[in-house]
Design a protein around this ligand. Structure first.
Ligand SMILES: [Zn+2]
Length: 482
């Protein structure tokens, strides 16, 4: 055995022949046997690679919960396979965190760790002082299981070394403090991610002196204290960070040496309208509630949000900060909330609110205009919704088969007494053309009246054969059947 203290600054590796007795759940165990040998001595990257290959072999996507983003997934898999750290770059709300979380399922479900260790040390390769001491000096060492670790570290300009790395005092050790006393070593957030994933949310917001330390930790596996002592810190962490584009408010840049140690993957908005809708439906709060959002409303809302991102478009050219998928998610919630409150079985146009207030509710805080004036923001939102509804109307109108158009108009002309109140109207069972079209739009009976409403709205916008007399009330303006 080495003299106490000598090994503290060196790497300690235990082999089968130099191993102390390990105790797990009160029983002596052989950690080198087939049952346990997979849970220690290997690095996080080893596990990630092995599990990634398992998914590949089965032809399965490890990141199935992420909708679309096929290219980004390919880049991520290659980066992980080649043992790289990852930087997700992109605006908030496009799934950087979801992506980083989904990587954690490539970690082993559990690992063996030294019991009581603050950073869950590997019994065969301890990193912290107190475990090195235990392993080197004790005949018996207690072990425990630890689950997958995914540690989120929120980038903060006020972050201190103690918070990020931890407190570490060589002076205290020299003064004779016990090495596992809190005065000597308090692990910071990044050390807590030892043998797991460290996710630094908004890396650019971390002060640049901290970024230098982080770089030293990642690259040299050591830390230089303010007193100039070099401490070995061979932590084993898959390091994932996120950042907003550089010009975004409140973020500073990431230092170049750190950038040079990470592979950048850009995470932008969903490529397709259908993906935006799926993300919205999957993440909304009001999943149930006996009320549906018909397809035409999903498309109208998701498209309005997407129009706000099209910088070359007439309306969006005034928008400085674009709304993310969270806008889509929340507006789905708001229109459904309205429908549920009013006891509707399906969302109707009324649920957008008067002058689209329920849409504004979800959009105002999530987009900024180039030149900010609060009243014009509302105008922009109204413009987006009008444009989106026009496009939905064209979609619906173009679905009306030529051969039933005349018959359907005739039926509409005699529907209701005067104005057609889309919430109360009874559709006679012999209005076969109209019924056939509503069935074409939806197979959900609860959505029939919403389908009738969007049909009338589409006819109004595309042909003028129908006029709107009030919210939810339409009138046939063409020739009436006598
Ligand atoms: Zn330890």
């Amino acid at each position: 055995m080495q003299k106490a203290g000598d090994y503290l600054f060196e790497e300690v590796r235990v082999t089968e022949s130099s191993s102390p007795d390990f105790i797990l759940n009160g029983e002596k165990v052989d950690i080198w046997n087939t049952e346990l040998k997979n849970y220690h001595s290997r690095s996080i990257m080893d596990y990630v690679r092995e599990n990634l290959l398992k998914y590949e072999k089965k032809g399965k996507d490890p990141f199935f919960e992420i909708i679309g983003k096929e290219q980004e997934k390919e880049m991520l898999k290659n980066a992980l396979m080649s043992g790289s750290n990852i930087l997700f770059k992109g605006m908030k709300g496009y799934g950087k965190t979801t992506f980083s979380k989904s990587i954690s399922k490539l970690l082993p479900e559990k690992l063996l760790a030294v019991k009581g260790c603050k950073i869950h040390d590997d019994p065969a390769n301890p990193v912290c002082f107190s475990c090195k001491k235990l392993i080197m000096e004790e005949n018996e060492v207690e072990l425990t299981w630890v689950g997958r670790k995914w540690v989120r570290i929120l980038g903060d300009p006020m972050m201190t070394t103690r918070q990020l790395i931890g407190g570490l005092s060589i002076q205290k050790i020299r003064e004779g403090f016990d090495i596992d006393s809190p005065e000597v070593f308090t692990p910071g957030r990044i050390l807590k991610a030892h043998r797991g994933i460290a996710y630094i949310d908004e890396l650019g917001a971390i002060p640049s002196a901290m970024q230098t330390l982080l770089h030293e930790l990642l690259e040299e596996k050591q830390i230089t204290t303010p007193e100039g002592d070099i401490i070995p810190m061979k932590i084993d962490t898959l390091f994932i960070a996120s950042t907003n584009p550089a010009n975004y408010r409140g973020t500073s840049d990431i230092k170049e040496p750190l950038m040079d140690r990470m592979e950048e993957i850009f995470i932008g908005p969903p490529d397709m309208l259908e993906e935006e809708i799926q993300i919205g439906l999957k993440n909304m709060t009001l999943q149930n509630g006996g009320c549906s959002i018909p397809e035409w409303h999903l498309r109208t809302i998701a498209r309005a949000v997407r129009l706000a991102r099209m910088k070359d478009g007439k309306i969006a050219s005034r928008i400085g900060v674009e709304p993310s998928c969270r806008a889509t998610i929340k507006i789905f919630d708001h229109v459904k909330a309205s429908a549920m409150r009013k006891g509707r079985k399906a969302v109707m146009l009324k649920d957008y609110g008067e002058r689209y207030i329920n849409i504004k509710l979800g959009l105002r805080s999530r987009m900024e205009l180039e030149f900010e004036e609060s009243d014009t923001k509302d105008e922009v939102i109204e413009g987006l919704m009008e444009e989106s509804l026009n496009r939905t109307s064209v979609e619906i109108y173009s679905k009306i088969p030529k051969e039933i158009f005349g018959g359907m108009m005739e039926e509409l002309s005699s529907l209701g007494n005067g104005a057609i109140d889309v919430e109360k109207v009874k559709i006679p069972s012999d209005f076969l053309n109209l019924i056939a079209f509503l069935e074409k739009l939806t197979s959900n009976r609860n959505e029939y009246l919403s389908a009738l409403e969007i049909t009338l709205e589409s006819l109004r916008r595309c042909t003028g054969l129908v006029v709107k007399v009030d919210s939810g009330k339409y009138e046939y303006a063409g020739e009436r059947r006598v």
